[in-house]
Unconditional design. Sequence first.
Length: 258
Amino acid sequence: MTAVEVAPGVLVTTSAIDTTTSTVVVDGEHALLVDPAWRPSELARLADLLDDRGLTVTAGFSTHAHHDHLLWHPRFGAAPRWASPRTAALAASERATLLDQMGPGWPPELLALLGAVEAVDGDRLPAPWEAVEIVVHDGHAPGHTAVRLADRGVLLAGDMLSDVELPLPEGPDDLPAYLAGLDALAPWVARAEVLVPGHGHPTHDPLARLDADRRYLDDLMTRGDSDDPRIGHPGMAEHHAHLQRLVRGEPGTPARSG
């Protein structure tokens, strides 16, 4: 598995499924895993990468309670896995639905680890990762969390600020919560040198991603359409059409949640 070092000690791998990113934060011989994904073979290759680099996983973090962000592998070990309180609560209460969304063919030992996260309060992770800041909001999902690595100049945005996905409000019907989430992220985006989305590609121009999401939503709400190039990406035309109906007051059926 190829890992791209987007900043000192911050490694990003990308799944073949939905351009899903996994982030490894390195501190000496210790590693923090954020949203490891996606398929069993990819999780195993991520474990190989950690072994090859002599890294021990001492913590994990899930940015939100969607199945593709709650994964783990036995080879990552029994380190604590953290999430925001709302994310941890949803991972427990929605477990049956999350398991259904995984689809067939998953090894039981991996399914057993799905969503086994514990709540962390406050705006920082527990020791030994207390330098890692978290920004909780409800933009893409209740309790959705961005991870700020201030000493590395990196913001891990979860499922927001993507170059391949349009804004995906939860449901995806809660536009006010999404707009509030963008506002909550804005000061941290302005301070970041590198932004890593949960789906898509890291960028050294974080503000451009924020501007793109705001412009897309503003276009929808003011003129009912947009020329955003992400509409042409897989699955996004359907979602765009749904959001068009939503701003016209015709909610319809949610297109997707990811």
